[in-house]
Design a protein around this ligand. Structure first.
Ligand code: MN
Length: 261
């Protein structure tokens, strides 16, 4: 099931994206699928006629994992860390499909990072890896945009990775994946249609269940929180005016324009 958040010009609502007679349609649902059962409202709109929004606004946080693909760690001259390397993005970093990513005024080197994002379904604290699947709603595509110049200048990555619009997600939440171990999905990025990253979630050093169990030993994960699971090799700088696609097999494609203001 593909859970989307969308607007047709009125208040945002949730919907299920399904194909009907060869066309993708959005079936509106009541309430918020994180908290309420899925019930149709009767609204049915062609996908091409709606504006998709970020499929979830994290209630509290986005937890990210650094250097979780060996070839990406190597391309930036880093070792694979002995312990998982975690950092946070605030929920103000989250934007949706088609929303502009604004290059921070202090950066001349904005880089893309295609990542599989986990959407948390229920409160999670001190989980063991085998408890993780029960706490996951599904998966979406994410871009962990990084001001690489700022990242080199500081140990904490606040200016490098927490800025507004640094976390586009979408186009929807796919629930029909192996919730404990969505391994072996092709994960790619492209800039203006030109291929950048060509990875696979099979190459994660630490798998989803292990990451979430460890994170839940540090912080309580709340419904709608996101966990970004790291990026494969092939990251590159993106300039204002570019359009970035993040595609994950079995989920879809997230596209965002890059702007400078
Ligand atoms: Mn990243």
């Amino acid at each position: 099931m593909r859970i989307a958040r969308f607007t047709t010009g009125e208040d945002p609502m949730y919907g299920i994206v399904q194909e009907k007679d060869g066309q993708d349609m959005v079936y509106g649902i009541t309430g918020d699928p994180l908290y309420t059962d899925i019930r149709p409202t009767g609204t049915i709109v062609p996908l091409e006629d709606v504006r998709l929004l970020a499929p979830v606004i994290p209630r509290s946080k986005v937890v990210c994992v650094g250097r979780n693909y060996a070839e990406h760690a190597a391309e930036l001259g880093n070792e694979v860390p002995e312990r998982a390397l975690f950092f946070l993005k605030p929920n103000t970093a989250v934007v949706g499909p088609g929303d502009p990513v604004v290059i921070p005024s202090y950066s001349q080197e904005l880089s893309l990072e295609a990542e599989l994002a986990v959407v948390i379904k229920r409160m999670a604290k001190d989980l063991t890896p085998d408890q993780v699947a029960d706490h996951v709603l599904g998966y979406t595509c994410a871009n962990d945009l990084t001001a690489r110049d700022a990242q080199r200048e500081e140990d904490q990555w606040f200016r490098a990775k927490a800025f507004d619009t640094s976390c586009p997600i979408g186009p929807w939440i796919e629930t029909d994946l192996d919730l404990a171990d969505p391994a072996g999905l092709a994960l790619t990025s492209a800039v203006d249609g030109e291929s950048a990253q060509q990875g696979s979630t099979a190459d994660m050093i630490r798998p989803v269940a292990e990451l979430i169990a460890e994170i839940s030993g540090v912080v309580t994960l709340l419904p709608g929180d996101l966990v970004l699971t790291g990026t494969p090799a092939g990251v590159r700088t993106v300039e204002a005016g570019a359009s970035v696609d993040i595609t994950i097999e079995g989920i879809g494609t997230l596209t965002n324009p890059i702007v400078r203001r």
